[in-house]
Design a protein around this ligand. Structure first.
Ligand SMILES: [Ca+2]
Ligand SMILES: [Ca+2]
Length: 320
């Protein structure tokens, strides 16, 4: 099941991200990039050794400040010129794809500062099934652009990296997380709301949960809870094997009103922070909240709902 789900996710990602490529590029989506009044300078989208060297000039971040909502999709093996460190000089950015087997590729992010071939900084992603990259501006005050890389491994696990030049401009400061990133015309990046990402979770079964994230110096950071997608028929409500007590969530947040969901009734997960709470849809349309704890050590692995193992509440379906 895990392989099927992940493959479906990969295909979905490929479709949505392909849609992004060529749409989120500045020349086609000017409203998603630079503010022409902000002092931005023009960019040549590709260097002379690129087959895509005919890209039109566009605007990019100024030397002093970032630009909210800046997002550029990187196409494999097509270098772009973008000033990623805000020093006023364009830098050459390449997301290089090299096949290593019938199914797998190596990807290398290569940045030549100021376009200088001798001044090269790299980040490698080895032996993955597919990879995607974007240049965005998560924090418009740090005089750096973030380069996001999302890849899926042969094990069907997604991993993402965010690379940002260090202060010395000698290497990337890179953070990683086990999430997949989605940026498309339907779900565009914005500095305020970040980017859409999914993470695999075992809370009430192995599911890919969606959130909005941004990147800080500490790592990937959620901006919203993780939401379940219950639109597919393969995710039916869970039938309780024992009573479950929840707190009703009102318009202003969780209340102190307790509600007991009886054995034999069903629950449908809505969202969770994967740390402290899980919200459920009740049969009467209201929302109930229950505390969760996720234990991940070798001798104590399990997910507890209000102190009870989730497997005691319902038949839970996990990936292999
Ligand atoms: Ca630069
Ligand atoms: Ca920034």
């Amino acid at each position: 099941m895990k392989r099927i789900m992940s493959t479906m996710l990969a295909l979905l990602a490929a479709v949505s991200m392909t849609a992004c490529i060529g749409v989120n590029k500045p020349e086609n989506n000017p409203e998603n990039t630079a503010d022409p009044t902000s002092g931005a300078v023009s960019t040549e989208a590709a260097s002379s050794d690129s087959p895509a060297g005919s890209e039109e000039a566009t605007e990019q971040p100024s030397a002093s400040t970032g630009i909210a909502d800046y997002c550029l999709s990187l196409s494999n093996n097509e270098p772009v010129m973008v000033d990623i460190d805000f020093d006023g000089v364009e830098d050459r950015v390449l997301f290089k794809q090299e096949p290593v087997s019938e199914w797998d590729y190596d990807y290398t992010l290569i940045v030549n500062l100021s376009g200088d071939e001798a001044n090269e900084i790299k980040y490698d992603v080895k032996n993955v099934y597919d990879g995607f990259a974007w240049i965005v501006d998560c924090d418009t005050d740090d005089s750096r652009l973030d380069i996001l890389i999302s890849s899926v491994e042969g094990s069907d696990d997604w991993e993402s990296a965010a690379c940002k030049l260090n202060d010395e401009r000698t290497d990337f400061n890179t953070v990683t997380d086990w999430v997949s990133i989605y940026i498309s015309t339907d779900e565009p990046f914005s500095t305020e709301n970040g980017f859409c990402a999914t993470r695999q979770s075992d809370v009430l079964g192995t599911r890919n949960l969606r959130t909005n994230m941004t990147v800080t110096n500490e790592g990937f950071m959620e901006l919203t809870p993780y939401y379940y997608d219950n639109s597919s028929d393969i995710y039916s409500p869970l039938t309780l094997l024992r009573d479950m007590t929840v707190f009703i969530v009102g318009d202003n947040g969780v209340t102190d009103e307790e509600f007991i969901i009886k054995e034999g009734e069903t629950i449908t997960p809505i969202c969770t922070d994967l740390n402290s709470y899980l919200d459920l849809s009740l049969a009467d349309g209201r929302t109930g909240r229950i505390a969760i704890e996720c234990h991940n050590t070798d001798d104590d692995w399990g997910i507890y709902l209000d102190g009870v193992k989730q497997d005691d509440y319902a038949e839970i379906h996990y990936a292999d």
